[in-house]
Structures are given as C-alpha cells and as structure tokens.
Design a protein. Sequence first.
Length: 320
Amino acid sequence: MNPVSRKSVSSGFRPLALALLSALGIGWAAQTGRTGGRFDVGGYRLDLHCTAPAPGPTVLLLGGLEEATEAWPVTAYDVARTHRVCWYAMAGVSPSDPAPGVTDGVARAEELHRLLIRAGVKGPFVLVAYRFGSQIARLYTDRHRTNVAGMVLVNPWQEDLAPALDAFFRQNPPVLDDLGSAPANRYTPPSPLGGVRALQQFVRAYTVGASTWKAGWNIRAGDAQVRRAAPLGELPLVVVTPHLDAFSVAQAGTLKSMYGQRLWRILGDSQARLTRLSHNSDQVFSEVAWDAVQNEDPGLVLGALRRVLTVAQGSSALGR
C-alpha cells in the first residue's frame, strides 16, 4: 500500500484522465439523465458526477484520497459503456470542500450517504474502492446494506495492515538512499520508493496514535470501526491485489527487490483476509501492476467488476 499522493503522477497522466472523464460528461449535467456538480452534505459540499441511468446496479467508484481524474479514468470510461457510473471526491479532496474537522470512517460513509440522497442517485450500488476507499465502502455497506449489490476492492487497505507493517519495518528498515528509476507506465508515480518512504512514515504515525492522514481522515479510528462491522454474508466480493513491488518497479537492484517482495507479501496476505468477509468472494492478482491496478492493469479490474455485476444481476456465485 502506497499512501503517496497521486499529485506526483507523470505529466502525461492528467491530460489523458481529463480527456477520458470529459468524454463521460463531467460538467455536462444538463444532458439527459446525467448528474453532476457539488452538493451540500451538512455545511460543506462534495463533488459528484454520474453518467446517464442504465439497467442494472450503478457502479460507484471510491478513490479514497485520490481525485477521480487520478484514480479512475480508464475504469470509468469502460464501465460507462454498459452501466451507470458515479464517482465523487470525499471531503478535503479537490474539488470537494473539507469537512469542518477531523472525521473517521463512519463519518465518511455517512457523508457519502447524504451526498447520494442530495444528488438523487439511488442504488443498488456495486462499490469499487481503491486503497483507503475500501474503509468507506465497507462501513457504507455495514450501515446501508440494502443499497449495496456487490463490491470490488482494488489494492485495498486492511484494518490490521499497519501493525504488521510496523513490525516489519522495525525489524527490517528499508534502504531508500536511491529512489530508483522512473517506471515507464504513465499511470505510475515517478518515484515508487518515495511511496515506500511515505508508507513507513504513515505507519509510524499510525502506531503512536497520530493517524490522521490527508484530508482530515482518521484512518486508525476507521479501522476500529471496520473491525466491529458485520460480515458481508453472500455479497459478491472480489479483491484485486498487485503482484509487483515498488523496489522491483524502481529497478532498485536484486537485493532490494527481494526486500520489496517480502514487504508486498504482507500486503497480499492482508488483502487475502478481506476475502473472508463474504462467502461469495475471490482474490485476483495482477502480474503487471504494483499500486493503481485499475489504471496499470485495467482489464483485470474490469473483469473482476463484470463478474460481480453478473452475480449482482442474477447469477448465484462468482466463478473461480
């Protein structure tokens, strides 16, 4: 898990992202059936956009701390061919307003609920969440279960990951003297090892209780809330996990890549535990992605989403 800001994406990413999302109608709410704009959720406004209504569940994209133009361009464009797609920016993430103060996961889930009501967007929803967005997806589902038809978690945060990473970092301090080479993938931040450094700093702060991350979000408090959430029963769930590690992507050398593989094995194991939330779940792995799988390996994420949509629309179980 790499909490480094996606503001560091390469220069070719944002124009492409804006072009793709513009094709879906951002800022074109006047077109038939589209929803778009900023909506008041209790003294502050959040940005939400949806394509025109379509048969079946609505796909709701949760980027966590990333803007829609950075987290979901390829996925949003392709899914919108067949389903209604909505994406939003949570409080404190541009272009949405910040919340009045620090908030936890339940507060973030409830602000999403208010946003959907104020915008007149009705479920059922298939939630597709990236990174910390998985916390909101799970808490929203726990509190509004009848609104949710399925879930896809992409490189998700898991509530027990921080203690496991802290123990690993203490026993095996990473060598980050050389941040390595910039990867060729235009969707990937140019300094993967900078993400490892940010992750280490976040985990250290989390461990001592100073876990308020960007946008005034107390991740640790949300993790405690997620632990109390009910299991998902038969809700269709696919967890999408990257196989690559930041050290290998950065071409940091054989020894560092071995270290990176050990580190990212912790991530994969923690995400495997998320499949236990549902009796109708699966975990799939990307061999070509290390972070934002939805943009580094979009076909894999789209395949996972289509499987969940198929089940949500009438099939009985995910195919293995």
